[in-house]
Design a protein around this ligand. Structure first.
Ligand SMILES: *Cc1c(COP(=O)(O)O)cnc(C)c1O
Length: 349
């Protein structure tokens, strides 16, 4: 027996939320959007014969659509297999200096997994007692890069564009990535800043606001220089990350702005209603600009409530981690689903 096992890349993997197959449950644990993709998707018929060919490595149809939609040049847009793929590729491309990459202690729990996997040093900066990002922690221009979601996850708390501009302007020697997975649910995007700062990358996903988590589409926007570097790494890893059905269906939904805006309005409306109900029930609810709320119950532990809900076919997300183990992250479903959740909470509390 050799010692091959000493020489493998060991990683502690990210643990995704459960994806139960039972369709009777109320699934509020992974921030999907309950309304489904634009009906235009269902109207498309595809001649499956095209599957014999490799997809367009540039995913041109989708890249060009997204560029036009956001008022950018196609050279400023990069697409990938979910924003997880886009962000992992960005870690590999941009976080390469030997200095620590900075992100909050409470944030998307994939960041430290990618950093560990790619052997990138990092430093977690604690959120303050109100669970807000402390800007001063990110102003030293002496780091290997910066990343955080806006709004942050799992807190749902948004920062303003000025806050982001200050950080980007102060860190001219590194790349700043703003993960805008939830920006469509009421936040103001930092996108206009990419024409002003070469070192800013914005990432987005179709999984949440566009209700297409099953297709796996994410994208990044930044200076043509950043996007070129990102593409160089992508083509050195796997030229054909995007499959043809994703390219076709993804570009189709971009044209249905009305459906998109309608779904967002419903979710925002339900979120604000649900937040009120939770507050009435004694929960401490952080101010959310996303499609979930982060809420701490008063008279029962979060873990116990999580288990009870699960037994009743309602799935929340619970993180047994320091500082946040008294909270539940609850995705905003349809109004009917959230009414059932309120009834359930009333019955247990
Ligand atoms: C959901 C999520 C992502 C990843 O989304 P994809 O489904 O991979 O596009 C990225 N960042 C944050 C903060 C998320 O919550």
């Amino acid at each position: 027996m050799g010692s091959w096992e000493e020489n493998i890349r060991r990683v502690v993997p990210y643990v995704p939320g459960e994806q139960p197959s039972d369709t009777n449950i109320i699934k509020l644990n992974t921030n999907e959007n309950p309304y489904g993709p634009s009906p235009r998707v269902k109207a498309i018929s595809m001649d499956m014969d095209f599957l014999k060919k490799y997809p367009d490595p540039r995913a041109g149809l989708l890249v060009d659509k997204l560029a036009a939609y956001h008022g950018l040049e196609p050279s400023q847009v990069f697409v990938g297999v979910g924003s997880d793929d886009v962000i992992a590729m960005s870690f590999m491309t941009f976080f390469n200096s030997g200095k620590p990459v900075l992100f909050p202690d409470i944030t998307y729990s994939f960041y430290d997994v990618w950093a560990d996997m790619l052997r990138i040093p990092y430093e977690k900066k604690p959120l303050n007692d109100d669970f807000r990002i402390v800007k001063e922690d990110y102003m030293n221009n002496d780091n290997g890069g910066i990343i955080f979601p806006n709004p942050n996850a799992p807190t749902g708390i948004l920062v303003g564009v000025d806050f982001i501009e200050d950080i980007v302007r102060a860190n001219t020697d590194s790349v700043v990535i703003i993960d805008e997975a939830y920006i469509d649910f009421g936040g103001e995007s930092a996108l206009p800043l990419i024409n002003k700062y070469e070192n800013l990358l914005i990432t987005r996903t179709f999984s949440k606001s566009r209700s297409m988590a099953g297709l796996r589409i994410g994208y990044a926007m930044g200076s043509a220089k950043l996007i070129k570097y990102l593409n160089d790494v992508k083509y050195s890893f796997n030229s054909y990350t995007m499959n043809t059905p994703s390219i076709i269906l993804g570009s189709e939904v971009i044209d249905d702005e009305e459906y998109f805006r309608n779904c967002l309005a419903k979710i925002i409306d339900t979120r604000d209603w649900f937040t009120e109900k939770l507050t009435e029930l004694g929960f401490m609810v952080l101010p959310s600009k996303s499609n979930f709320v982060f809420a701490a119950p008063k008279s029962i532990s979060a873990e116990e409530l999580f288990m009870k809900a699960r037994d009743n076919g309602i799935f929340f997300r619970y993180f047994k981690s320091p500082r946040i183990d008294r909270f539940l992250r609850i995705t905003i479903g349809t109004r009917e689903e959230m009414e059932k959740v309120v009834n359930f909470l009333v019955s247990v509390l």
